[in-house]
Design a protein around this ligand. Structure first.
Ligand SMILES: [Zn+2]
Length: 149
């Protein structure tokens, strides 16, 4: 096994291979790096958690199916950064944006927006992702627009 970081670089959603990856594949890759994934009761509002010390990703038990892969990818962002637990809002948002880029196809987003308008819940429903992924994707679009201006 190479260093943790080089193993996990493949898991960071900024890399294209995340497109179409399944929850099981992500869990398998984590396992190959010695990181376990468990489901447990978590405090209200918390969907997932990564413990660097325990090399353990904990996901909220019973979360809606649609939330599972995005949450798992979010925790992979923490794994790749070697974060221990929850980070500052800036880091959390940056990870969410990576997840959004990995999960949302630009053409699908445009299609959804054309059909349901600027409606976060509607777009989330169309794309089968949680609303936080849509919000994160919008932040990316905004940054791109600002960058291009
Ligand atoms: Zn987080």
């Amino acid at each position: 096994m190479e260093t943790l970081e080089s193993d996990l670089s493949e898991l960071t959603p900024t890399i294209d291979i995340m497109n179409g990856i399944s929850e099981d594949e992500v869990i398998e890759r984590l396992a190959q790096s010695g990181i376990r994934v468990e489901y447990a009761e978590l405090p209200r509002g918390m969907w997932g958690f990564y413990s660097l010390e325990w090399r353990l990703v904990t996901l909220r038990v019973g979360m809606p199916h649609m939330y599972r892969l995005p949450t798992l990818l979010h925790e992979c962002g923490h794994v790749a950064r070697m974060d221990n637990g929850h980070q500052c809002s800036k880091v959390e948002k940056a990870i969410d944006e990576d997840v959004a880029l990995a999960l949302i196809n630009p053409a699908d987003f445009k299609w959804a927006e054309t059909h349901v308008g600027y409606h976060t819940g509607g777009i989330a429903h169309e794309l089968e992702v949680p609303k936080w992924v849509v919000r994160a994707y919008r932040r990316v679009l905004l940054k791109q627009m600002q960058g291009a201006a």
